[in-house]
Design a protein around this ligand. Structure first.
Ligand code: FAD
Length: 313
């Protein structure tokens, strides 16, 4: 039975079971969300999107760094990515997660590596977005951002999550810096004391935060595929008279590409393109959000059953 939102009960049950699914299945079903296993594959994807007038931000997958060497290697890989983008005249924009740069080891380590990447991006005229992870990391991530800004780094931005009760306070506390903000709902599952659980409340919070940020003069990357929020955002942009240099829309690779292409006719739209072999955690999160996940799983299972029947013939 489908609900008003078009999401069946079976889909919801399957979505909840995603964390229990084996790695192989998660990776296979998550493939449409990933730009490639290698940098070369991801660059090809970025090039294709550029031809469709879509901007991009590249994210190197990998959230469970073990040891400082792995964190340093990730920073080096990001610098190599920036060089490759510059060489091919592709959008010099990357997104990174503090955990991928060693925050699990120590935030000082992560800060050093991220500063190195931001400095490298600045030299090339590029931009670095620091993704936001679960609520336990928000204070440290925002401190890291303040630290970078206090050292004069400008071509760096943060992510704020509308589902967190604290976010309006963070917006007000950061106002003087006029941060470049990606605004999203937030993907991490959080307790009711920390995050809103009601879908409409999360939406209302998103629209309210967008308005406050734009009024404050922040550049906002509006990161949602939610049609209601996009319509609200368009109305707010119009009402406040915000020009094209004050905002952009952002979308995840593999999600509502029809909508992204439509918006790109009149607005800057940037596609988040993750790449690399460590796609498990990212794919898991995307599959959990996929309203048609049950259909996906059913089709994939039937395909595999069909293949094994064929083998036995
Ligand atoms: P939803 O209500 O989840 O989705 C609206 C519609 O979009 C759905 O009805 C469906 O049609 C479609 N859709 C959404 N997800 C999928 C999917 N996986 N597969 C198929 N269809 C789908 N979260 C963070 O916590 N930290 C970050 O740093 C972060 N960075 C992001 C960067 C970008 C560019 C984007 C677009 C999102 C990012 N997110 C991040 C994720 C975000 O918080 C949401 O979890 C995600 O965008 C889904 O929310 P939504 O606003 O699209 O609304």
């Amino acid at each position: 039975m489908a609900t008003a939102a078009g999401i069946g009960i079976f889909d919801r049950v399957v979505a909840r079971a995603v964390p229990l699914a084996p790695g192989l299945i998660v990776r296979r079903l998550g493939a449409p969300y990933v730009g490639g296993m290698t940098l070369d594959e991801a660059l090809g994807r970025v090039d294709d999107l550029k031809r469709d007038r879509l901007a991009t931000t590249l994210d190197l997958l990998g959230e469970s760094i073990e040891g400082d060497k792995a964190a340093a290697d990730a920073a080096d890989a990001y610098l190599a990515t920036l060089d490759a983008l510059a060489t091919r005249a592709l959008p010099l924009n990357i997104s990174l997660k503090p955990s991928g740069l060693g925050s699990g080891l120590s935030w000082d380590v992560a800060t050093q590596h991220i500063d190195r990447v931001v400095a490298g991006a600045e030299e090339l005229g590029g931009f670095v977005r620091i993704d936001m992870e679960d609520s336990s990391t928000v204070d440290a991530t925002l401190d890291l951002y303040r630290d970078l800004r206090s050292r004069g780094r400008k071509r760096v931005g943060i992510v704020l999550q509308s589902r967190l009760w604290r976010t309006i306070d963070d917006v007000l506390a950061l106002a003087k810096l006029r941060p470049n903000v990606r605004l999203c709902k937030g993907i991490y599952l959080e307790r009711p004391q920390i995050a809103m659980q009601d879908r409409d409340a999360i939406r209302a919070s998103f629209s309210m935060l967008l308005r406050v940020l734009l009024k404050n003069g922040s550049y906002v990357a509006i990161a949602t595929h939610d049609e209601q929020l996009i319509v609200d955002a368009l109305a707010t942009i119009q009402e406040l008279g915000i020009g094209g240099d004050g905002y952009e829309f952002q979308s995840l690779l593999g999600v509502r590409s029809d909508l992204a292409r439509l918006l790109a006719r009149n607005h800057t739209v940037r596609i988040y393109v993750p790449y690399g072999s460590d796609s498990f955690a990212y794919s898991q999160r995307r599959l959990r959000e996929n309203p048609q996940i049950a259909g996906y799983v059913a089709r994939d299972t039937l395909r595999r059953v069909g293949r094994s029947v064929h083998l036995f013939k």
